[in-house]
Design a protein around this ligand. Sequence first.
Ligand code: SF4
Length: 299
Amino acid sequence: MHLYPPINYIEPVFRPPSEANSLILQVTNGCSWNRCTFCEMYTQPQKKFKPKAQQEIVEDLKRCAQSLAGVRRVFLADGDAMALSFERLKDILLAIKEYLPTVSRVSSYCLPRNLKNKSVEELAELKRLGLSLLYIGAESGNDQILSKIDKGETFQTTVDALHKIKGAAIKSSVMIINGMGGINYTEQHAFDSARLVNETQPDYLATLVLFFHQGEEDFISAFGDDFVMASQRQLIQEMEQFITNLELEQTIFRSDHASNYLVLKGVLNRDKEKLLSMINSALSLDNHIPLRSESSRGL
Ligand code: SF4
């Protein structure tokens, strides 16, 4: 992919690690919710949520069509492009088809609430027009934690959204944050997050570790006095509990985001024992699994 596509981005722009080779098409700016207390992505004044006008998107696509050859994947940015109406998403997907006909996969972040007013039939229509993968930042399956971090979602709203996505044959990627509840909620977090994933059987599952570029003070004061940040060892113990409780048919699992201390990859449940044995080795005294050092976590 061209490193600098001819798009007038409002920076900063974020994307999932797996979209590194995709054309990032900014169809909205910021995140319509923007209240999760751990999230620092769209806090700058220029990132206030605003949908981009269709004409601007079409102009971006026309310029990309002139200078980029063979674009295969497009990621709709920013934080929740699925906040746009069905009609607007349809127009965007049709424009992508018109100007970038080689595209075979369009993906986006998606908040569960974005799907409340979209039917399975509408989602299936978006799938037919190219939308093939949605990333859901579930963060946790535990309602108490979700409330404390002001996620604005619950176990059930996330499950409902993931069922709709599956009903429309769109692929889903679920993200859980290791350490989201600190040490006092670690068991509930591991257990309920596994329950959420078991109930929805996503195509992809990723974990990342709770981290803060700008300091954790605000997050802790919003969460409450009972938040105690987990140590590296406690984070890995939480992963052990989480993976032990997973009952998946065919989900591709990755904990390879830069924030993770221990890189784990596999297909679950097929590779469950292998992953648990890697975790046990990392936790054992004669640790021979290389853990990322703080300096190499690349945050
Ligand atoms: S919904 Fe996502 S992008 Fe929006 S504030 Fe929460 S974590 Fe950040």
